[in-house]
Design a binder for this molecule. Structure first.
Ligand code: PBG
Ligand code: ZN
Length: 332
């Protein structure tokens, strides 16, 4: 047989050791941020399974402490906190209360694990009685959040998280101008060195469904399409990124992650800033459901989904799989 020269790709795939050598992208414990849902309750043993997110729980402060203790032992380095307050009101005052649940959780975590990087979600939807991410006008039925009046409340929330000891604040509300408002308030309160990890490019996604059960933050009417991005918009992602860069954010999140890998790639190529992505609740639940049915290999698919997100350009990944991947030793 007289074959022309051709590329023998398999030469570098012959052994695990060779594959390990040529691989350009791999996952590390330094890449992972684990979200937790902490509930303000007098019941110390409160631990409620989230039906639509198998393996995830709403936790009391005490249960969170136990959960994080075990996770830190297996290599977890960073957490993102979501709070579920004891009571909600139209202005979401639990979000910026000094003894709010997230503020208490931050103090507890930083006291126990000073090295743990504690991020806090800055938004009002878990704290407002109407479930929107900011203030609304009385009688509103679509959820057209009042942008500018909401900025003060978000800034107050971020400062209260900083005062509790948060390492990074992460605004997820999608109000225009909120990074500037938060940056200014943090600086004024003496937190010039505290980074903002902005949900710069957050789409109005159906993949957030399970999260809204978990965080009890579903809008009571209307939806979030007047403030989150339309899934068909591409150029707007550049505008949102540019705005948050100019306003002083430090790390930039694309959310959701898997279904928006084109956006992650585009922004990572277009901007010289640190990128993160949020593998959201629906992405998590889909993989869990298929794995529980025996339709997909759980470990393999989790790792491939995370690798895809990192390969598309996100250095950091917020994922509900973080704890498990470290505990099982899948990622080190
Ligand atoms: C609230 C918030 C949401 C998520 C993170 N912060 C839901 C939403 O915007 O409705 C989604 C996270 C997930 O689905 O895992 N602003
Ligand atoms: Zn919100």
């Amino acid at each position: 047989m007289n074959l022309p020269e051709f590329h023998r790709g398999r030469r570098l795939r012959r052994s695990a050791a060779l594959r390990d050598m040529v691989r350009e992208v791999s996952l590390s414990s330094n890449d992972l941020i684990m979200p937790y849902f902490v509930v303000d309750t007098p019941d110390h043993t409160f631990r409620k399974a989230i039906d639509s997110m198998p393996g995830q729980f709403q936790l009391s402060l005490h249960e969170l402490e136990k959960q994080v203790a075990a996770a830190v032992d297996t290599g977890l380095k960073s957490v993102l906190l979501f709070g579920i307050p004891a009571a909600k009101d139209p202005l979401g005052s639990g979000a910026y209360a000094e003894d709010g649940i997230v503020q208490k959780a931050v103090r507890m975590l930083k006291k126990n694990w000073p090295e743990l990087v504690v991020l806090t979600d800055v938004c009002l939807c878990e704290y407002t009685s109407h479930g929107h991410c900011g203030m609304i006008r009385e009688g509103d039925t679509v959820g057209r959040v009042l942008n500018d009046p909401t900025l003060d409340l978000l800034a107050k929330t971020a400062v209260s998280h900083a005062q509790a000891g948060a390492d990074i604040v992460a605004p997820s509300d999608m109000m225009d101008g909120r990074v500037a408002a938060i940056r200014q308030a943090l600086d004024k309160a003496g937190f010039e060195d505290l980074p903002i990890m902005s949900y710069a490019v957050k789409y109005a996604s159906s993949y957030y469904g399970p999260f809204r059960d978990a965080a009890e933050g579903a809008p009571k009417f209307g939806d979030r399409r007047t403030y989150q991005m339309d899934p068909g918009c591409v150029k707007e992602a550049f505008r949102e990124m540019t705005a948050d860069i100019e306003e002083g954010a430090d790390i930039f999140i694309v959310k959701p992650a898997g279904p928006y890998q084109d956006i992650i790639r585009m922004l990572n190529d277009g901007f010289d800033v640190p990128m993160a992505a949020y593998q959201v609740s629906g992405e998590y639940s889909m993989i869990c459901a298929a794995a529980l049915n025996g339709w997909l290999d759980e470990k393999a698919v989790i790792l491939e989904s995370l690798l895809g997100i990192k390969r598309s350009g996100a250095k950091l990944i917020i994922t509900y799989f973080a704890e498990k991947a470290l505990k099982e030793g899948w990622i080190r």
